[in-house]
Design a protein around this ligand. Structure first.
Ligand code: UDP
Length: 329
């Protein structure tokens, strides 16, 4: 029996496929290559270029492969774009998942672990954030992910689907082998953008807002290594296979770093001065997002290995230095 990874050519999906294959699992990958890269797919995974909204294509796959569980990363994930193109996000994220669940239920596949996000909380009521805290997304991306979570709940009641939603905080870093890493086009995330400076692709980094109510005025985020996220997906799938109930888990390190602290650590890791300039706030950015991941630790037995920002940024630097153009050269 195989594990089906949807969006397995994307950043977190590709790292999860590497971890699954390292753990000796049989893996099938589906990706429409809209934002993912064929070169990111592990050579031992069976790859299908299919869009999850293509019901016939997904039906054919479920008929051909024997799938015991699904890990679902196939979604659009840029907050800024989601505010400009909300319909694209409802179509790809929500409609894509509706079509997928139709196909899964018709083929008797009843276990799914899927990417959710800290963006489901919106402006947090308190720090660290617990899974039971208020969810009021401030952007379309978070809204579609929350709708996906609710959709799973209703389908579970009606059709016996078993699901785990994993709410990620700030995914970062790269596979320690250097084989795969983060590559987005356009890049919008802080750590890869900072690393473009020592890589000679950008003169300076912009700090989006220095007047937040935080210790140095810049936004605080919880940075979690992509391989730790990948491990959590495997644990969550095993939990469902062992009969675990539907659940939602935060995934973060539980430690917040300001934008200025991230820049300082990157200076230390790369030995580059990395000039920075203050820019206006970015719309929709909460001042602080820090997870409580106690539930994932207690229930799933998850223990992040990369708990220092230096190590996380070193793995990212290792990848970006060797692949300044990502998977395209
Ligand atoms: N950020 C920044 N400059 C940049 C990119 C991001 O100051 O060029 C800030 C952003 O405002 C946020 C933090 O860095 O406070 C992390 O942003 P990112 O886009 O990496 O992740 P997000 O928290 O939006 O998921």
């Amino acid at each position: 029996m195989a594990i089906l990874v949807l969006g397995g050519a994307g950043y977190i999906g590709a790292h999860t496929v590497y971890e699954l294959i390292d753990a000796g699992r049989d893996v099938v990958v589906v990706d429409n290559l809209m934002t993912g890269f064929r070169a990111a797919v592990h050579p031992k995974a069976r790859f299908y270029e299919v869009d999850i909204r293509d019901k016939k294509g997904m039906d054919a796959l479920f008929e051909k492969e024997r799938i015991e569980g699904v890990i679902h990363f196939a979604a659009s994930s840029q907050v800024g774009e989601s505010m400009k193109e909300p319909l694209k996000y409802y179509d790809n994220n929500l409609w894509g998942t509706i079509s997928l669940l139709e196909s899964m239920t018709e083929h008797g596949v009843d276990k799914i672990v899927f990417s959710s996000t800290a963006a489901t909380y919106g402006e947090p009521e308190r720090i660290p954030i617990l899974e039971s805290d208020r969810t009021e997304p401030t952007n379309t991306y978070g809204e579609t992910k929350l709708a996906m979570e609710k959709l799973m709940g209703w389908v579970s009641q009606a059709k016996g689907l078993h699901y785990v939603a994993l709410r990620y905080f700030n995914a970062c870093g790269a596979h320690p082998s250097g084989a795969i890493g983060e590559a987005h086009d356009p890049e919008t995330h802080l750590i890869p953008l900072i690393l473009q400076v020592p890589n000679g692709q950008r003169e300076k980094i912009s700090i989006f807002g220095e007047d937040y109510p935080t210790k140095d005025g810049t936004c605080v985020r919880d940075y979690i290594h992509v391989c730790d996220l990948a491990q959590a997906h495997i644990l969550a799938l095993d939990y469902l296979m062992a009969g675990g109930e539907n659940n939602v888990f935060n995934l973060g390190n539980g430690v917040g770093f300001t934008v200025k602290e991230v820049i300082d650590v990157t200076r230390a890791v790369t030995g580059h001065p990395i000039p920075a300039q203050t820019s206006p706030r970015r719309a929709g950015d909460p001042a602080q997002l820090v997870a409580s991941s106690e539930k994932a630790k207690t229930v799933l037995g998850w223990e992040p290995k990369y708990d220092s920002l230096e190590t996380i940024i070193s793995t990212a630097w290792n990848w970006h230095r060797a692949h300044p153009h990502g998977f395209e050269g």
